[in-house]
Ligand binder design. Structure first.
Ligand code: FES
Ligand code: FES
Length: 172
């Protein structure tokens, strides 16, 4: 049997002590050990965005990082963003604009959008912007580019974009 390590993970404000195989991805630790199954495993190799969570406020594909690397960091999953009676503004906007069909990609879309809007607020250039010195402006095109790592097999993209635009206060 592989060796296990004791780690502490802080998820949605709560500290957990876990024994894990050091090769355990953060995604597997969240889903299989902490039973936070909102974060989804689509591809398990960084291609789909379904596993996106926030680590210290930055969006991260949790399938690509090891749980042991996240000690001392603040992890936020979809379960920590809002509650059914007190939804996060993006959760509310996804409901209002029908930003999902099967819902599989939705937790990742919403966590990614939260991180994305913060990146824009902070003026972080997008990877695809040709002129990296240009001022970052919140716009539908900017949102689309920055959300391109989150795949939706149902093709709910236009409604997802409407939800994001509303929260950002931008015309879709
Ligand atoms: Fe992590 Fe697809 S499951 S990016
Ligand atoms: Fe089904 Fe996006 S709503 S994959």
């Amino acid at each position: 049997t592989p060796t296990t390590m004791s780690i502490r993970l802080k998820v949605n404000g709560i500290e957990h002590q876990l024994m894990v195989d050091p090769r355990t991805s953060l995604l597997d630790a969240l889903r299989d050990r902490l039973h936070l199954t909102g974060s989804k495993k689509g591809c398990d190799q960084g291609q789909c965005g379904a596993c996106t969570v926030l680590i210290d406020g930055r969006r991260t594909t949790s399938c690509l990082t090891l749980a042991v690397m996240q000690e001392g960091h603040e992890i936020t999953t979809i379960e920590g963003l809002g509650t059914p009676t007190n939804l996060h503004p993006l959760q509310r906007a996804f409901v209002k604009h029908d930003g999902f069909q099967c819902g599989f990609c939705t937790p990742g879309q919403i966590c990614s959008a939260v991180g994305m809007l913060e990146e824009i607020r902070a003026g972080a250039p997008s990877h695809v912007t040709a002129d990296l010195t240009a001022q970052v402006v919140a716009s539908p095109m900017e949102f689309r580019e920055r959300m391109s790592g989150n795949i939706c097999r149902c093709g709910a993209y236009s409604n997802i974009q409407e939800a994001i635009a509303e929260v950002a206060g931008v015309k879709p």
